[in-house]
Design a protein around this ligand. Sequence first.
Ligand code: SAH
Ligand code: F3S
Length: 433
Amino acid sequence: MSKKYYIETLGCAMNVRDSEHMIAELSLKEGYEEADSIEDADLILINTCSVREKPVQKLFSEIGQFAKRKKEGAKIGVCGCTASHLGEEIIKRAPSVDFVLGARNVSKITEVLHKPKAVEVDIDYDESGYAFGEFRTSPYKAYINISIGCDKQCSFCIVPHTRGEEISIPAELILQEAKKAAQTGAKEIFLLGQNVNNYGRRFSSDHPKMNFTGLLRAVSEIEQIERIRFTSPHPLHMDDEFLEEFAKNPKICKSMHMPLQSGSTGILKQMKRGYSKEWFLNRAQKLREMVPDVSISTDIIVGFPGESEADFEDTMDVVEKVRFEQIFSFKYSPRPMTPASEYERQVPDEVASKRLKRLQDRHNEMLDEMKVQRLGKIYEVYFEELKPGGMVAGRTDNNWLVKAEGSEELLGKTAKVKIVETSRLGNIGEIVA
Ligand code: SAH
Ligand code: F3S
């Protein structure tokens, strides 16, 4: 009988892809299959996130739960960014953990499996040329990494310390993977990296020069691919060449993530983001002019050390002006190894909570205004998922979630859908063609 894995994936899209890579390695080299439950698994993996403190605190209670529920002899592995960051401390604090595998050591999964108490967390390890086996969670959509690590050193962010320096993956590997995915039914490709529009600045060995715009063009030349998405681009690198390619390439989905973090130029400087409020507004306005249907999402941190009421008003001002279709907002969380955690003038929690609530309340009002505008409109929806009650779900080109009546035969297909009901986050539609 084959061995079984159970995997829990927390955090960002890069973790989702890392989990897929681990599953591919485990099934290819060790014959593993997915378990129905924790109790049934021979191997339990937790792929962790360490961007904020809360999930890290939760990790240890979760390990305790898993240790109680697991069957005799089953192994527990802690992977991802918290693994990189805490290393062997995880095994010291939680002796039921069998191995610790860092976010930049994913290809070693089948090695650590056989080394008792292994800790592999080297953030200089170069996996940019490693050809992982194939595994996709969705047959209709393929996540593809285009770089590892991040060179940006934003002063609040732990990621450069958990995923190491930025290295681009050779274009020929990315294109090979995209072609294979397209041939096996994925009409949508999702390109992943911490800083995607910085692509091509550094490869680990000699490679033909290619920047992100060039890569987008090359991927869009693959015939069976109909939709291309990517995350995360950095506002600093949103030059005209990139925006023009985004606007005119019909295969690139018209949904852009523009992580703002703060609307105050002073705070942006302290954050080491490399752009000002004016640059961000200029890029967002240019994008809306070039692509009237675009939806723009963002990440915002409130309560960064030294953030005054006036700084926060600047953030609210950008929110008013850009009218983001989606905002991921967080209270600042001090992280070890980051310069901002040592800055003076940390903002009291009650102040940060108040600002977060004001931001979210105002954005909800804006979403209520936006949702009315979608009503009655017709969008092309690419259906990817079955939902209970005879429904299927998919996304419009500009990333609205839409559910419609339908069954399996719609999956992997695009249909024209008229929006008949709408809420802040999702829409119900009727297929019209
Ligand atoms: N390169 C990615 C960022 C990855 S971290 C990007 O540019 O989108 C994802 C998000 O977590 C960041 O955009 C930021 O908004 C948030 N984040 C990172 N560190 C944080 C911290 N110390 N406190 C609160 N939020 C943080
Ligand atoms: Fe973090 Fe800034 Fe890189 S938010 S992932 S250091 S772009």
